[in-house]
Design a protein around this ligand. Structure first.
Ligand SMILES: Nc1nc2c(c(=O)[nH]1)N[C@H]1C(S)=C(S)[C@@H](COP(=O)(O)OP(=O)(O)OC[C@H]3O[C@@H](n4cnc5c(N)ncnc54)[C@H](O)[C@@H]3O)O[C@H]1N2
Ligand code: MOO
Length: 405
């Protein structure tokens, strides 16, 4: 049985980035660029003003205040209207191209008067307030290296160089299959013995949250035919996630039917709690994750095993959340042996993360997952972890970093 770390290594070793597609630059947000993008020209394309003010010759302005004759005006987007002659200035706006002869710009706040003459009131240094041709990006420079996650700054850079269509790794299409005769679909009336198929929706949400595309297959009933039919459909996607039917029950058919369909089991069971019965298999290059049915176990195993794999498939290079240190608020108890994921509510106290249990840790208790914004990883060998102990934790979302506004 693999340990937590081994299971993650095995999974990541068996998945690879999917193909590349070309999308509109705005659609590339949150995706990973698949090729180095090179600047086809330099930026800025010409020397231009960094301020609204006056284009001057610095040599004219060695002693201030002094009065200069205003001989022209260049708005942003405007054209150069002649050179700055000695003893003269040209009114210029931010971003407008510098006229010949000019080697400094005086901001309007450091001048007085307007109209035919202007008085420069502050000392002027050569090159001040000028944005020079090519100072930001040189022609041929790699502006976005392959493997970069696209955020608004990358969109700005791509757009600045006219890149309307960009090559990104494909989104993974992820089939989601719930199994079990006890399941009813959302909207059907609840009756004792039946439960709403919430796993499909929590998994679809988690798939979507990491930038992939969920393909909902519905429910496979507890017979081989139903499993076979749904799984065959699911294996057409880039990845398949099943929930439930993976432990030791007499109707736990998931692994059996997957094997029947030619899916190679890589491992079954991980030395962790919750999530122990998780299985991982491969169909060609497609990963198949069989997650335990308890809603908490399904979400925890998605977070720790599926998400990193999907991110890798979509070209991400940073796929594992870092562990952060937290101080336990209350004592935690567990059976020695397996790593335990403790659902916690995290707060920041004097710059330190403090993790407090979010409540009953039984896997059947969904409420404590809803309350949790972190998962503390209690080491396998531990049995009693005293309050005040420094532990490792994965944050769930970034809520704890945000302040109320
Ligand atoms: N003899 C053993 N029994 C169990 C073991 C074991 O090792 N030996 N492991 C236990 C653990 S740990 C877990 S976790 C569960 C996982 O079992 P399955 O993955 O086979 O899931 P089920 O038994 O079918 O369901 C468990 C639980 O989850 C609910 N469920 C199932 N599907 C959904 C869904 N789509 N949406 C919401 N809730 C769902 C289901 O009703 C059950 O309550 O096995 C233990 N048993
Ligand atoms: O491992 Mo089960 O996933 O404890 O609930």
């Amino acid at each position: 049985m693999p340990t937590f770390e081994e299971a993650r290594r095995i999974i990541l070793g068996r998945v690879a980035p999917l193909g590349v597609e070309r999308v509109g630059v705005l659609e590339s947000l949150g995706r990973v660029i698949a090729e180095d993008i090179v600047a086809p020209w330099e930026m800025p394309l010409c020397d231009n003003s960094a301020m609204d003010g006056f284009a001057v010759r610095a040599a004219d302005c060695t002693v201030t205040p002094l009065s200069l004759k205003v001989t022209g005006y260049i708005p942003a987007g405007g054209e150069v209207c002649g050179a700055v002659e000695p003893g003269c200035a040209i009114r210029i706006m931010t971003g407008a191209p510098l006229p010949p002869g000019c080697d400094a710009v005086v901001p309007v706040e450091e001048t007085e008067g307007s109209g035919e003459t202007v008085t420069v009131t502050a000392p002027v240094s050569p090159r001040q307030h000028i944005r020079f041709k090519g100072e930001d990006v040189a022609t041929g420079e790699v502006i976005i290296p392959a493997g970069t996650l696209i955020r608004p700054p990358e969109i700005s850079m791509l757009a600045s160089f006219g890149k309307a269509i960009v090559p990104v790794y494909r989104r993974a299409r992820v089939a989601i299959l719930s199994t079990g005769d006890e399941l009813i679909e959302l909207g059907e009336p609840p009756v004792p013995g039946k439960i709403v198929n919430s796993n499909t929706l929590s998994l679809a949400a988690a798939v979507r949250e990491c930038g992939a595309e969920p393909v909902i297959l519905g429910i496979a009933r507890d017979n081989r035919e139903s499993h076979r039919e749904k799984m065959t459909e699911g294996l057409r996607a880039d990845a398949l996630i099943t929930s439930a039917g993976v432990s030791a029950g007499d109707r736990d058919l998931v692994r059996d039917v997957l094997a029947e369909l030619g899916v190679e089991q890589v491992f079954w069971k991980i030395d962790i709690k919750p999530g122990g019965p998780t299985a991982f298999a491969i169909f060609g290059a497609k990963p198949v994750f069989s997650l335990p049915g308890n809603p908490v176990s399904t979400m925890v195993t998605f977070e720790e095993f599926v998400r990193p794999a999907l991110l890798k498939m979509m070209g991400h290079r940073r796929v594992l959340k870092p562990f952060v240190k937290a101080v336990l608020k209350e004592e935690a108890r567990k059976k020695p042996g397996k790593i335990n994921f403790l659902r916690v509510r995290v707060t920041v106290e004097n710059g330190t993360y403090v993790a407090s249990t979010s409540g009953d840790q039984h896997t059947g208790i969904l409420k404590t997952m809803v309350r949790a914004n972190g998962l503390v990883v209690l080491p396998g060998e531990a049995s009693r972890v005293p309050a005040g102990t420094e532990v490792e934790m994965h944050l769930l979302g970034n809520e704890v970093e945000m302040l109320e506004g």
